[in-house]
Design a protein around this ligand. Structure first.
Ligand code: SAH
Length: 345
């Protein structure tokens, strides 16, 4: 519940309206773990709340810490037994958390581990918030940036995503600036249009990964539904509405999308746009045969974009010693669990 909803609920239950703000702050600013911690709320009312409402928390199943760069990877269990993963990355400019928006994914990108077992279900706004709350509590450090780039397609869970974005940036909660939040999408054109009209100031990133439709269709099934030009039109609209610089993610796969010609074609595609191309050396996933481009090809690709005056960075790899790439930890956990069940049977 957001604050207006909580206020309506609490007054309907016979409590004074200002209690709602106190309770909201307990949950979303002080990050309490249950009703009993709300010490300025009467115990009688806390009991009433316990009867009628569940308090969403996530259980930490695993926490891996990178010895290289301090990146932390968390595997959380949801109330219904589904598991999701989130990552804490430490940068000079602050702590960034990468959250999942769905348990699993149905987009089917060929290089991605998160989609291998399909979609289990959408995450609720509370489950998205909780990933950040838990990490801030466990690490004892403030989270200043959020990327919705973990498992799932955020725009495929649109309403919950919007609610989450409002609540995480609510001044009565953690109050994380929308400018410090990035939503990454494989390119659901209508939803990008809708997002542009929400009046939010979050950053948008597009998983582009290929300079033309033919090449993109080979690695991303969604490219059969929306052409690159349809998606870029909506990205332009998003920029016109929000003024936020656009990011294009481009995971480099050896022999698939890393040639010099493709670098030229990509330059022509984005020329004139206020954008950044983020080159990602693809993370090899054991169930997929894709190979990472060699460092020479990655550098050449970058040089061509730079020669064409396109803003480009190579994504710094973090947590490479702890399986920090999309979906790999979740996948290995669920596989292990299945194996155990089979052995037991
Ligand atoms: N569904 C959203 C967000 C989740 S994926 C999206 O498609 O953008 C976050 C990013 O990681 C996307 O750019 C995705 O294409 C990329 N990605 C997935 N698997 C990868 C892998 N094995 N190596 C490198 N990047 C990968």
């Amino acid at each position: 519940m957001n604050l207006p909803e909580l206020t309506a609920q609490i007054t309907a239950m016979g409590e004074k309206g200002f209690r709602a703000k106190q309770m909201y702050e307990w949950m979303h600013r002080k990050l309490c773990a249950g009703f009993d911690e709300m010490t300025n709320i009467s115990s009688a009312f806390r009991e009433k709340c316990k009867e009628g409402f569940t308090f969403t928390t996530l259980k930490v199943l695993e926490r891996l810490e990178s010895a290289i760069d301090g990146t932390n990877k968390f595997l959380f269990e949801l109330a219904d037994g589904n598991v999701i993963e989130s990552v804490l990355m430490r940068y000079h400019h602050g702590n960034s958390v990468c959250i999942s928006s769905q348990a699993g994914c149905r987009m089917g990108c060929r290089f991605c581990a998160s989609t291998l077992n399909g979609l289990a279900r959408n995450l609720t706004p509370a489950e998205m918030l909780e990933q950040i709350y838990q990490i801030q509590k466990i690490s004892g450090e403030r989270v200043s940036n959020i990327v919705v780039m973990g498992t799932g397609e955020p725009l495929d869970n649109y309403d919950n995503l919007i609610r989450f974005l409002h609540m995480i940036s609510d001044e009565n909660g953690l109050n994380i600036s929308q400018r410090n939040i990035t939503v990454s999408t494989c390119g659901l054109a209508e939803k990008i249009h809708q997002l542009a009209e929400e009046g939010l100031g979050v950053n948008l990133a597009l998983s582009l990964h290929a300079p033309n439709d033919e090449a993109r269709q080979k690695i991303m099934p969604i490219a059969k539904k929306y052409t690159i030009s349809q998606v870029l039109k909506e990205f332009d609209y998003y920029f016109a509405k929000t003024g936020r610089r656009l990011t294009f993610e481009y995971s480099l796969v050896a022999g698939v999308n890393d040639s010099k010609e493709q670098a030229e074609e990509l330059s022509a595609l984005v020329r004139g746009k206020n954008c950044l191309i983020n080159l990602i050396p693809v993370n090899e996933v054991k169930e997929r045969e894709f190979k990472r481009s060699c460092s020479e090809n990655i550098q050449n690709f970058k040089n061509i974009l730079e020669k064409n005056r396109i803003n480009v960075t190579i994504r710094r790899e973090m947590g490479s010693d702890i399986n920090a790439a999309c979906g790999q930890l979740r996948k290995s956990y669920t596989d292990r669990k299945k194996e155990q069940e089979v052995t037991r049977a």
